[in-house]
Structures are given as C-alpha cells and as structure tokens.
Design a protein around this ligand. Structure first.
Ligand SMILES: Nc1nc2c(ncn2[C@@H]2O[C@H](COP(=O)(O)OP(=O)(O)OP(=O)(O)O)[C@@H](O)[C@H]2O)c(=O)[nH]1
Ligand SMILES: [Mg+2]
Length: 225
C-alpha cells in the first residue's frame, strides 16, 4: 500500500467536560459544529492531513472525555501523544482552575518532551466571559505555554494553534534527529517501517482503515480527511 503522507503526529485534547474539545476537533477536521453537548465516552479521534514544512503531515487528533469517571481510560493516551492541547472555557472559571490538574496529568503521564499549548475556547461568548484574557495569559506564561483564544462556533483562529503546535513538534523532532540519529528519541511514526510497529500502532492504523469501535460508539470519529 502506498504511503499518502510523510509523518503521522498524534495530538491529544484534554480539559473539563463541556469546554468544547469535541466541537473544536469537529470544526478543525470537518468544519462542522454541533450545538448540543454529547459528552464523549472515553476517547475518540479524527484525522486531518496538512502540508507543513514541505511535508505531508497526518494529524491524528485524539478527543478525550472530560468527565472524571473516564480518567483511568484517558490517562493511557497521554504517553503516545507528541502534542497536548489543554482546553478551558473562557466562560467557566472552574474549567480554568482545573488546568492545573490537567497540566499535572500531562507531566505525570506524557513523554518529557511533549509539546503543550493552551486554548481558551468559546471566545464568541465575550459577554459571558469569566476568565480575563490577561489572567489566562499569565497562567500560560508561568507554565511556558503558548495561549490562544478560540471558538469552535465562529472559527476564525482555529488553524493557527494546531498548525503552530504541529510545527513546534516537527522542529523539536528535527533538532532531536540532528542531535542523535538513532531512532530511540523519535516520536514520528513512518508507516513504511510497519514491521517495527508496536501492537498499539497497528491497532490505531486498523482504525484509520475504517473499523473503529471505541467504547461502544461506532464510527463517527474516524473519517480520514
Ligand atoms: N458558544 C460556543 N459554544 C461552544 C463552543 N464549543 C463548544 N460549544 C458548546 O459547548 C458544549 C460542549 O461542547 P463539547 O465539544 O461537547 O464539550 P467537550 O469538552 O467535548 O465535553 P466532554 O466530551 O464531556 O468532555 C456544546 O453544547 C457545544 O455546542 C464555542 O466555541 N462556542
Ligand atoms: Mg467531548
């Protein structure tokens, strides 16, 4: 089978329930928006292919459940992500206060060199804002994160955070490979080397081929764009 992309990157969105993780992914990957909150059960993912730094990059964007009861499932996905997106809702102070917890999970469960950014979502609802932009920016600065305000509903700025996060990962990969040509520190999965794939890689690629069934919900998340 011919390879239709150069690099596969795994991104993971985390944050409290209701902040808009699923909507952000649906908007970015499929340009769709749903007004209803259908809480995510466990994890889902969508794919999006972008041209970045002259490479065809396939983004596998994992959507996690924000509800605490799914934390034991979602924690298992941090380790394999090269990029994590911390999401809160600018109209919900408690979702902002939870970022410390989500960041702790990233530190505990991700690889040490995972790139992390922070999104304040629902910026179309300025009238309902509970978290001043300066307060969010201060938290981001203190934790060395890039901060973006986004709206899945009126998505003017959505490309930028995903693009910059992907570029940051690619730049770090390039720096790593220049530093050490061994593959041990590389997170980039090249499907042409499929004989070296782990079982989980294989399972994920099976899902890309269109046989997804994650925690009982079939298929909506796994379109290949
Ligand atoms: N106004 C506005 N509403 C949004 C935006 N993003 C999401 N919503 C709404 O917020 C609610 C929750 O969105 P979801 O994407 O389902 O939230 P989630 O973070 O995936 O929640 P869990 O799956 O439970 O963790 C839905 O009613 C969405 O329509 C946004 O940018 N603006
Ligand atoms: Mg969701």
């Amino acid at each position: 089978m011919s390879k239709r992309y150069d690099i596969l990157l795994r991104l993971l969105l985390v944050g409290d329930t209701g902040v808009g993780k699923t909507c952000l992914i649906c908007r970015y990957a499929q340009d769709e928006f749903n007004d209803n909150h259908i809480t995510t059960i466990g994890v889902d993912f969508k794919m999006k292919t972008k041209e970045i730094n002259d490479k065809t990059v396939k983004l596998q964007i994992w959507d996690t459940a924000g509800q605490e009861r799914f934390e034991s499932i979602t924690k298992q996905f941090y380790r394999r992500a090269q990029g994590v997106v911390l999401v809160f809702d600018i109209c919900s102070r408690s979702s902002f206060e939870s970022l410390a917890k989500w960041l702790l999970f990233v530190k505990q469960f991700s690889q040490h060199d995972t790139c992390v950014i922070m999104l304040g979502n629902k910026c179309d609802r300025e009238d309902k804002r509970q978290v001043p932009k300066a307060v969010a920016q201060k938290f981001a600065d203190e934790n060395n994160l890039r901060y973006y305000e986004t709206s899945a509903k009126h998505p003017e700025n959505l490309d930028q955070p995903f693009l910059e996060l992907s570029k940051q990962i690619l730049d770090e990969q390039t720096a790593d490979s220049e530093h050490d040509h061994s593959t041990s520190s590389s997170h980039l999965v090249d499907l042409s080397k499929s004989s070296n794939m782990s079982r989980q890689d294989s399972a994920e690629i099976q899902m890309e081929k269109g046989e997804p069934e994650l925690h009982g919900r079939k298929g909506w998340c796994c379109s290949i764009l």
